[in-house]
Design a protein around this ligand. Structure first.
Ligand SMILES: [Cu+2]
Length: 152
Protein backbone atom coordinates (compact mmCIF):
# COMPACT_ATOMS: atom_id res chain seq x y z
CA UNK A 1 0.00 0.00 0.00
CA UNK A 2 1.35 3.36 -1.02
CA UNK A 3 1.14 6.27 1.44
CA UNK A 4 1.14 9.80 0.11
CA UNK A 5 4.39 11.53 1.26
CA UNK A 6 2.47 14.54 2.60
CA UNK A 7 0.14 12.28 4.58
CA UNK A 8 3.14 10.38 5.94
CA UNK A 9 4.79 13.69 6.91
CA UNK A 10 1.59 14.90 8.65
CA UNK A 11 1.32 11.61 10.58
CA UNK A 12 4.97 11.77 11.70
CA UNK A 13 4.65 15.42 12.79
CA UNK A 14 1.36 14.60 14.56
CA UNK A 15 3.01 11.69 16.37
CA UNK A 16 5.99 13.82 17.43
CA UNK A 17 3.65 16.58 18.72
CA UNK A 18 1.51 14.06 20.62
CA UNK A 19 4.65 12.65 22.26
CA UNK A 20 5.86 16.18 23.09
CA UNK A 21 2.50 17.05 24.71
CA UNK A 22 2.52 13.88 26.80
CA UNK A 23 6.10 14.61 27.91
CA UNK A 24 5.16 18.22 28.76
CA UNK A 25 2.21 17.04 30.90
CA UNK A 26 4.41 14.43 32.62
CA UNK A 27 7.15 17.02 33.24
CA UNK A 28 4.67 19.56 34.66
CA UNK A 29 3.16 16.85 36.85
CA UNK A 30 6.32 15.29 38.27
CA UNK A 31 8.75 18.25 38.26
CA UNK A 32 6.47 21.25 38.93
CA UNK A 33 3.74 19.40 40.81
CA UNK A 34 1.00 20.66 38.50
CA UNK A 35 -1.96 18.32 38.74
CA UNK A 36 -4.28 17.90 35.81
CA UNK A 37 -7.81 18.92 36.90
CA UNK A 38 -10.10 15.96 37.36
CA UNK A 39 -13.81 15.33 37.61
CA UNK A 40 -15.03 13.87 40.88
CA UNK A 41 -17.44 11.16 39.84
CA UNK A 42 -18.26 10.06 43.39
CA UNK A 43 -18.76 13.51 44.94
CA UNK A 44 -22.29 14.88 44.94
CA UNK A 45 -22.57 18.48 43.79
CA UNK A 46 -22.95 20.87 46.71
CA UNK A 47 -24.86 24.12 46.84
CA UNK A 48 -22.94 25.98 49.54
CA UNK A 49 -19.33 26.99 49.74
CA UNK A 50 -17.13 25.68 52.54
CA UNK A 51 -13.66 26.38 53.87
CA UNK A 52 -12.37 23.46 55.92
CA UNK A 53 -9.00 22.95 57.62
CA UNK A 54 -8.50 19.17 57.50
CA UNK A 55 -4.98 19.21 59.01
CA UNK A 56 -2.41 21.89 59.84
CA UNK A 57 -1.75 23.86 56.63
CA UNK A 58 -4.09 21.58 54.69
CA UNK A 59 -7.42 22.90 53.47
CA UNK A 60 -10.40 21.83 51.45
CA UNK A 61 -12.35 24.59 49.78
CA UNK A 62 -15.75 23.95 48.26
CA UNK A 63 -16.23 26.64 45.67
CA UNK A 64 -19.68 27.39 44.28
CA UNK A 65 -19.47 29.77 41.35
CA UNK A 66 -22.52 31.98 40.99
CA UNK A 67 -23.42 35.12 39.12
CA UNK A 68 -21.09 36.88 39.91
CA UNK A 69 -19.06 35.72 42.85
CA UNK A 70 -17.31 32.66 44.25
CA UNK A 71 -18.94 31.27 47.40
CA UNK A 72 -16.14 29.71 49.44
CA UNK A 73 -18.03 29.51 52.72
CA UNK A 74 -16.29 32.46 54.35
CA UNK A 75 -19.04 35.01 53.81
CA UNK A 76 -16.76 37.11 51.67
CA UNK A 77 -14.99 36.72 48.39
CA UNK A 78 -11.70 35.62 49.92
CA UNK A 79 -9.87 33.10 52.06
CA UNK A 80 -6.76 33.57 54.18
CA UNK A 81 -4.23 30.79 54.65
CA UNK A 82 -0.65 30.55 55.91
CA UNK A 83 2.24 30.16 53.48
CA UNK A 84 3.00 26.54 52.65
CA UNK A 85 -0.65 25.50 52.74
CA UNK A 86 -1.86 22.68 50.55
CA UNK A 87 -5.32 23.50 49.23
CA UNK A 88 -7.75 21.20 47.45
CA UNK A 89 -10.45 23.08 45.57
CA UNK A 90 -13.72 21.31 44.85
CA UNK A 91 -15.49 23.35 42.22
CA UNK A 92 -19.06 23.46 40.98
CA UNK A 93 -21.54 26.04 39.71
CA UNK A 94 -24.92 27.10 41.04
CA UNK A 95 -26.21 28.52 37.79
CA UNK A 96 -24.33 28.68 34.49
CA UNK A 97 -20.91 27.54 33.33
CA UNK A 98 -18.10 29.55 34.91
CA UNK A 99 -14.37 29.07 34.87
CA UNK A 100 -11.80 29.44 37.60
CA UNK A 101 -8.32 30.62 36.89
CA UNK A 102 -5.54 31.30 39.37
CA UNK A 103 -2.88 32.59 36.97
CA UNK A 104 0.05 32.51 39.44
CA UNK A 105 -0.59 28.82 40.12
CA UNK A 106 -1.33 27.68 36.56
CA UNK A 107 -4.81 26.62 37.68
CA UNK A 108 -7.58 26.61 35.14
CA UNK A 109 -10.73 24.60 35.81
CA UNK A 110 -14.32 24.79 34.68
CA UNK A 111 -17.21 25.29 37.12
CA UNK A 112 -20.12 23.37 35.65
CA UNK A 113 -23.61 22.91 37.17
CA UNK A 114 -24.11 19.34 38.40
CA UNK A 115 -20.44 18.45 38.14
CA UNK A 116 -17.67 18.68 40.74
CA UNK A 117 -14.14 19.38 39.57
CA UNK A 118 -11.12 19.02 41.82
CA UNK A 119 -7.71 20.62 41.68
CA UNK A 120 -4.97 20.77 44.29
CA UNK A 121 -2.08 23.15 44.77
CA UNK A 122 0.33 24.41 47.42
CA UNK A 123 0.73 28.11 48.10
CA UNK A 124 4.40 28.43 49.06
CA UNK A 125 4.91 32.19 48.82
CA UNK A 126 2.99 34.82 50.79
CA UNK A 127 0.96 37.26 48.74
CA UNK A 128 -2.42 37.95 47.25
CA UNK A 129 -3.56 35.46 44.63
CA UNK A 130 -6.48 36.36 42.39
CA UNK A 131 -9.05 33.77 41.43
CA UNK A 132 -10.89 35.03 38.36
CA UNK A 133 -13.74 33.77 36.23
CA UNK A 134 -12.43 33.12 32.73
CA UNK A 135 -15.65 31.94 31.10
CA UNK A 136 -18.06 34.62 29.96
CA UNK A 137 -21.07 34.16 32.25
CA UNK A 138 -23.16 37.29 31.86
CA UNK A 139 -23.03 41.06 32.27
CA UNK A 140 -21.25 40.95 35.64
CA UNK A 141 -18.56 38.55 34.41
CA UNK A 142 -15.72 41.10 34.40
CA UNK A 143 -16.12 41.70 38.14
CA UNK A 144 -16.23 38.04 39.12
CA UNK A 145 -13.19 37.29 41.20
CA UNK A 146 -12.05 36.18 44.62
CA UNK A 147 -8.83 36.51 46.57
CA UNK A 148 -6.58 34.02 48.27
CA UNK A 149 -4.50 35.78 50.89
CA UNK A 150 -1.39 33.83 51.74
CA UNK A 151 0.17 35.18 54.92
CA UNK A 152 3.54 34.52 56.50
CU1 LIG B 1 -18.40 33.49 35.97
Amino acid sequence: MRIDPFEKFAMIVGGILLGAFILAIAYANFVWGVKVPTCEVVTRPFSKGAFIETAPKTYEVQVVARMWYFDMGTGKNEITIPAGSKVTFFVTSGDVVHGIKIPEKNINIMAIPGVVGRVQTTFERPGEYLMVCHEYCGIGHQGMYAKINVIQ
